[in-house]
Design a protein around this ligand. Structure first.
Ligand code: HEC
Length: 137
């Protein structure tokens, strides 16, 4: 009788060791992984920084950085939030497009375009370490 239980115990033990090692493996990043991710991230952030200083996004030659130097007064960490200009709770990318249409008199960016992602990556990078505060004004 005890042999039957011992067999079950061994199976349970083997299964839990196997599961634990899978869980550990998914959390392990190599130095190579971290370097690659940082490099990819910074190349998109740098593209966003370039766009920030560009007078070609709108039609009047004005750049984001002229009104928001280094991303100032953009508060990406407060989105989604209610914005009076659009009359509803909006995402950061909607506010980016609002500035493109209004002060810059241009066309909005496609929401999933490389440019939109780069601008968001740049803004979030500038605010790294600031607490997330959705809805805050
Ligand atoms: C001519 C000046 C001007 C330019 C150029 C400009 N903005 Fe703005 N931006 C504003 C004003 C005015 C507001 C409104 C402030 C508010 O209501 O929060 C604003 C608000 C924002 C906000 C929201 C700020 C918050 O606190 O919620 C974001 C994000 C933003 N701009 C991004 C951009 C981006 C991206 C560009 C370039 C594509 C850009 N802006 C270009 C004037 C400008």
């Amino acid at each position: 009788m005890w042999k039957k239980y011992a067999g079950v115990a061994v199976v349970v033990l083997v299964l839990s060791v196997a599961l634990a090692s899978v869980a550990v493996r998914t959390d392990e990043f190599t130095e190579e992984d971290l370097k690659r991710w940082d490099k990819e991230q910074m190349s998109v952030v740098n593209y966003g920084r370039e766009l920030w200083g560009s007078g070609d996004l709108g039609t009047n030659g004005v750049a984001c950085g002229q009104c928001h130097p280094n991303g100032s007064n953009t508060h990406p960490e407060t989105y989604p939030k209610f914005q009076q200009q659009l009359g509803k709770v909006i995402a950061l990318r909607d506010m980016i497009n609002w500035c493109l249409r209004n002060p810059m008199e241009g066309d909005p960016l496609e929401l999933d375009s490389a440019e939109m992602i780069a601008i968001e990556a740049y803004l979030m990078h500038e605010r790294k370490g600031v607490a997330i505060a959705p809805g805050k004004h």
